[in-house]
Design a protein around this ligand. Structure first.
Ligand code: SAT
Ligand code: MN
Length: 595
């Protein structure tokens, strides 16, 4: 056993006073024992093992169902280093606040020590964490989401270079819940929540917040991005990384199944949530997925919307907060099967289709091994990652934002990322459906001042001789009465193909004030029933509609004061000029409905 881990474990045990300590090796026998104990304690409920072998249901505490951003802190010595995008507490104050909460917190419980590896074994880019937790559900989930146990210890050797991740369920009260990050001390302390992003500390805490901080120091990037390979009929594979806020379809896009009308095309999955990117010797950006599994949103997942994910979660999967049918199989809104006549809802209460509440929680989740994903890329374990041709930024936007457009330059692309905003989802607590700024989809995950983060993005573009092209996409534009104009899902490949064409100097586009937008016939609509009128609507750039958007961008940029890079302010002023120049006198007089 690594001596540094041992002495840290001793220190934590002295504070938390567990009844037992278990150092996890990641073996099958250990998993089986954890499942048996979890079934006995009610932390897991066995699902129908004939139909769904190795599948279990976990019901969380009713008020512990999503990330709690208002209880999440970045604890840097200097407040400005955390920035206006983070809650801040001085590191010593944070320790002083949490020490009483952790003191004795594991009495009567087992303390699990979970060494884990983020990134492929043997990669010089991989990182080690050790999570101490008193939750069996967390251990079982970490076993899926990370390379846990022996591969991690082998990678670490006797080094002290690991992130100290301390977690306890505490009493699960939001009043005593904190997720504290200490980037300068390479540590995370989380108490009071068993929910994914709050409790599986390898994911958002290490692989995004702490990693983004480290990445800036060491010249790489940790981003909230999926990574996919797009294989053409000639078997050439190109790679796209895409940043989207939580619950905006990253998992569906990562496992995209091409429409029948595009034979010979294939999408392979490298990752669905997190990308670590570095400039390679060839001047390109190379990306790897540090995770080992998928923690995806369940509602809406079906054979129709995402057959790959649906098949993936038929075995060895932990479901959290879905409904339970009488035959012991799970159900959720958007399942292929119709609503059952009787079920238990996500809290275990009787439910019928007449119930006014949802059967599954809107942020119910599956946790499944990447190796169970039929579309997993053969490059998944490549220690160098994959070379990225295009970066896409996407979000949920009913209005204004075209289906796709292209940035003029890297700097303009960084501006497109920095001005990303999205309608909120159930992945974080708070109101759903309101527009919020989410630069690069990293607002909740950037572990330092976002002004510095923008500067770092600009710098990375300068450092890579052949940086990817940058695009903005929006699958969610609606027409009259809220109808989605674009079918989404597999048909998004049509948009990706235009993007890849543009990366090679092909593909038709018109220059507009906001960037290059496809011409009406530029996106292949073979076999698709999207009318010309809808296509025009999907691609429309209405300058008058952009005036307000440009004005609110000011507010965001001003938040960062002198940490805001001038280059992005210039991009903003440039956009304002272009929008004003594009406005016609008719726009000023007034427009008819929807025009
Ligand atoms: O933060 S989680 O990992 O729980 C899910 C998400 O918001 O992306
Ligand atoms: Mn995410």
């Amino acid at each position: 056993m690594n001596e540094q881990i041992r002495s840290w474990v001793d220190q934590v045990a002295a504070m938390t006073r567990p009844d037992r300590i278990l150092i996890c090796d990641g073996s099958e026998a250990e998993k089986d024992a954890l499942i048996t104990e979890s079934l006995a304690s009610g932390e897991l409920i066995e699902l129908n093992q004939q139909r769904m072998p190795g599948c279990y249901l976990h019901r969380s505490a009713p008020h512990d169902v999503a990330r709690t951003e208002h209880l999440t802190y970045v604890c840097t010595e200097v407040k400005e280093d955390a920035g206006p995008n983070n809650n801040w507490m001085a590191p010593d104050d944070a320790i002083a606040k949490l020490t009483p909460l952790f003191t004795g917190a594991m009495k009567g419980r087992t303390m699990y020590v979970v060494p884990f590896l983020m990134g492929p074994p043997g990669s010089r880019f991989s990182k080690i964490g050790v999570e101490i937790t008193d939750s069996k559900y967390v251990v079982l989930s970490m076993r899926i989401m990370t390379r846990m146990g022996k591969p991690a210890l082998d990678h670490l050797g006797d080094s002290n270079d690991f992130t100290r991740c301390l977690h306890s369920l505490g009493d699960l009260s939001p009043d005593r819940r904190f997720i504290m990050h200490f980037p300068e001390r390479n540590a995370v302390w989380s108490i009071g929540s068993g929910y994914g992003g709050n409790a599986l500390l390898g994911k958002k805490c290490l692989a995004l917040r702490l990693a983004s901080f480290l990445a800036r120091k060491d010249g790489w990037m940790a981003e909230h991005m999926l990574i996919i390979g797009v294989e053409d009929p000639q078997k050439r594979v190109r790679y796209i990384a895409g940043a989207f806020p939580s619950a905006c379809g990253k998992t569906n896009l990562a496992m995209l199944l091409p429409p029948k009308a595009l034979p010979g095309w294939k999408v392979t999955t490298v990752g669905d949530d997190i990308a670590w990117l570095r400039p390679g010797g060839d001047g390109r950006l190379w990306a790897l997925n540090p995770e080992f599994g998928f923690f995806g949103v369940v509602p809406g997942t079906s054979r129709r919307t995402n057959p790959t994910a649906f098949d993936m979660i038929q075995r060895n999967t932990i479901f959290t907060n879905v409904a339970l049918r009488p035959d012991g199989t799970p159900w959720w809104e958007g399942h292929d099967d119709p609503a059952p006549a009787h079920a238990l809802d996500w809290q275990g209460r009787p439910w019928t289709p007449a119930s006014t509440e949802k059967a599954a929680h809107p942020n119910s989740r599956f946790t499944a091994l990447a190796s169970q994903c039929a579309s997993l890329s053969p490059e998944f374990e490549n220690p160098e990652g994959v070379p990225i041709d295009a970066i896409i930024f996407g979000a949920r936007r009913q209005r204004r934002i075209p289906l796709v457009y292209e940035a003029r330059t890297w700097q303009h692309g960084v501006f497109l990322g920095a001005t990303l905003s999205s309608e909120t989802t159930a992945a974080a607590t708070g109101k759903v459906g309101v527009l919020r700024r989410d630069p690069m989809a990293m607002w909740p995950f950037c572990g330092y001042n976002m002004g510095d983060y923008f500067t770092h993005w600009l710098e990375m573009g300068r450092r890579a001789a052949r940086p990817p092209k940058i695009f903005r996409v929006n699958w969610f534009r609606t027409g009259e009465s809220g109808r989605f104009l674009w079918p989404g899902f597999g048909d998004n490949l049509r948009v990706l193909n235009w993007i890849l064409d543009r990366c090679e100097g092909r593909g038709n586009a018109v220059d507009t004030a906001i960037g290059a937008v496809p011409t009406i016939d530029a996106i292949d609509r073979t076999g698709l029933s999207v009318s010309d009128a809808d296509m025009i609507e999907l691609l429309k750039v209405d300058p008058a509609d952009w005036v307000e958007a440009v004005a609110t961008q000011d507010e965001l940029f001003r938040m960062f004061g002198d940490r805001m890079p001038k280059a992005l302010i210039e991009e903003h002023d440039d956009l304002a000029r272009r929008i004003n120049a594009a406005i016609t006198p008719a726009d000023l007089v007034g427009r008819d409905n929807g025009a």
